[in-house]
Design a protein around this ligand. Structure first.
Ligand code: FAD
Ligand code: EPU
Length: 346
């Protein structure tokens, strides 16, 4: 548990952006984390702390003039069970997809639709990760987090987390105030299959699945994701760069009149969620028809998924950020809709 100085963060972020941390360390236990924050608190050069998981939802636009702490708390355990549910507690440093595979192996249902999302358990509540009709809030039981100021371990239950679409209290009011050390999920012993979203049904048919299972759903999700999302090991990216924007129904109706192919989904609150990928695809820089597939230097907009910005090699965080600003501006000009960045900008 050494504190290192001036460390490159390139291999610690899935965008593959070069940035340096003034100080860097990692921790494998809650006590080590507590020690590191206490050391920082009492130092006469107290530094801002940034917690890093898998670095798959971060864009570094500058060096970090503070202390980067990489969470490596591992371990998966069954803490409780009854006839219907099983409660699985995982260390914040456990790779998310390995937890999904562990649950599938043991027939614990609920997170199979969230297969292949990069990153670690500790970040799963940060933005209430979601895909293919399921969000963390649907299976969340509680989490433990260290308060950076006093080192106390605090338990947060579902109602405390203020989960929303790609939102939680840790992204807003408690930003940078807590280190999530473990998360407990409430999973189902009797699976409830969720195949209604997107292309899952079609993919299951293509796979010629005879009997539905959580493994089959996981495999279908993996196939769909692999067909359109760039693998960060090959092309730097952080998944969807923007959120899908919500607009009131009358704004949607007006837009739909003007743009009949507009893609939107009606929400329970009556608003409509627009497919930002479609909006981006319909706009472009002046001399190009569409942002989709656009490239300037090593910064680009993915050719198969316009919502994903990519680093082809040596783009800087500032270049990716500036591309995102140009996209926001052109979507605003054409549709009057303001896109919000989903990725955490540092
Ligand atoms: P990091 O990028 O390391 O951190 C993200 C944020 O959380 C940062 O602000 C960081 O400071 C904070 N943080 C991380 N760990 C902790 C902790 N233990 N305590 C306190 N704060 C912490 N997301 C989805 O929701 N759905 C998807 O379908 C999806 N698909 C993706 C596909 C690709 C190809 C990629 C690259 C990303 C995708 N993402 C998706 C985004 C990303 O995978 C998730 O946001 C993931 O949860 C990030 O985990 P991480 O460990 O890499 O977090
Ligand atoms: N679309 C286009 N062009 C594009 C991309 C999308 O027209 O280039 C339209 C299509 O009509 C498509 C629709 O948008 O049917 C939806 O696309 P997709 O199913 O790929 O999903 P998404 O809305 O672009 C969201 C999440 C993803 C998540 C998938 C599956 C957000 C911001 N993104 O993407 O999450 O995996 O749904 O549930 O909500 C992430 O957060 O990083 C992420 C990848």
């Amino acid at each position: 548990m050494q504190v290192l100085e001036n460390i490159s963060l390139k291999k610690y972020n899935s965008f593959g952006i070069e940035a340096f941390a003034a100080c860097f360390s990692n921790f494998k236990t809650v006590d080590e984390a507590r020690e590191l924050i206490a050391l920082n608190r009492t130092s006469n050069q107290k530094r801002e702390t940034l917690i890093l998981g898998g670095g798959s939802n971060i864009l570094f636009t500058k060096n970090v003039d503070g202390l980067v702490l990489k969470n490596e708390i591992t371990g998966i355990e069954k803490v409780e069970e009854n006839d219907e549910h099983v409660y699985i507690k995982a260390g914040a440093g456990v790779n998310w997809h390995s937890l999904v595979l562990y649950c599938i192996e043991n027939n614990f249902a609920g997170i199979e639709n969230l297969s292949l999302i990069p990153g670690n358990v500790g970040a799963s509540p940060m933005q209430n990760i979601g895909a293919y009709g399921v969000e963390i809030k649907d299976v969340f039981y509680q989490l433990e987090a260290l308060h950076v100021e006093d080192g106390n371990l605090v338990t947060f239950n579902l109602a405390d987390c203020a989960f929303g679409y790609r939102e939680s209290i840790f992204k807003r009011r408690y930003k940078n105030q807590f280190i999530i050390t473990s998360v407990t999920y409430k999973l189902n012993k009797k699976p409830f299959f969720n195949t209604s979203y997107g292309a899952i049904e079609q993919e299951l048919e293509k796979m010629q699945v005879k009997e539905l299972s959580i493994r089959a759903i996981s495999d279908a999700v993996i196939n769909i994701r692999s067909s359109k999302l760039p693998n960060p090991a090959e092309i730097g990216n952080a998944g969807s760069f923007f959120k899908n924007p919500e607009v009131p129904k009358d704004q949607f109706d007006n837009l739909k009149n003007a743009f009949p192919n507009l893609v939107g989904y009606v929400l329970e609150n009556g608003h409509v969620k627009l497919a930002a990928g479609w909006l981006i695809e319909q706009c472009g820089p002046q001399d190009t028809v569409s942002w989709k597939g656009y490239r300037a230097g090593d910064a680009g907009c993915h050719a198969k998924q316009a919502l994903v910005l990519v680093n082809y090699g040596n783009a800087t965080g500032a270049e990716i950020y500036s591309l995102s600003s140009a996209i926001i501006q052109s979507v605003k000009e054409k549709f009057g809709v303001l896109l919000e960045r989903e990725v955490n900008i540092i």
